[in-house]
Write a protein that binds this ligand. Sequence first.
Ligand code: NAP
Length: 241
Amino acid sequence: MILGGTSEARLLAGSLVKEDRWNVITSLAGRTADPAPVAGEIRTGGFGGAGGLTRYIAETGVDFLVDATHPFASRISANAVAACGNADIPGLRLERAPWRPLPGDDWNVVADIAAAAAAIPGGARAFVTVGRQEIAPFLQRADIAVIARMIERPEVDLPANAEIVLARPPFTLDSERAFLVDRKVGVLVAKNSGGKATAAKLAAARELHLPVIMVARPQKPPMRTVSTVNEALGLIAGQLP
Ligand code: NAP
């Protein structure tokens, strides 16, 4: 079973279903109304904590669990570690590498979303790219202008100083540069998700000498970890007969 919700999870499922020896189930949280298509079987919704995930593994006869959830999805990853231990099955985390600052970057690395919202200078025009579920602390800052980009509209009332831009990655350097210039963005807020699909905003900020407030990844309990789909495929191939 693959715990999904990422492009890596989709790619892994797509590769594994082509081999007859696996029955692949991808589990989605069910947060997105219109998720990208995934090959193989799909189940949707929470399990009810680590205990529920343990029961699901036992009842479904899952032999191997791949936690390919987003680097910021810390609760499900902790549950995956606990459930693999409880059910005594091997687990593997597939987590893309974080972004690292490059020469010319001006990053203020903060521990969490609340710290990111607090770090925006008063009066700034902030381009906030942390997703729909974590937008609330930014909307409470009446002294800044918020331009928040996300895939689906959040279920919150928008104050007059905030604007929502709906868009789905990937984004190009040209479009990100134009966006930052056109919207007169003064500071970019991002989570250190890593990967290529949303990295162009960082290159554009570097070119334009814009400061970036970068939310560091949450700590996850240890599990054997790889950072690419190919590494995961190699390990899975060696794991089961
Ligand atoms: P989270 O805080 O770690 O998880 C909260 C709860 O949602 C979990 O305890 C679990 O409920 C359920 N859940 C999460 N992922 C699940 C999955 N793949 N299958 C079944 N249940 C799942 O996670 P989150 O940050 O809300 O993210 C939710 C999903 O969106 C994840 O699958 C993640 O890969 C994807 N995603 C997250 C982000 C992000 O920035 N956080 C970005 C892109 C995609 P129970 O305890 O009831 O089992």
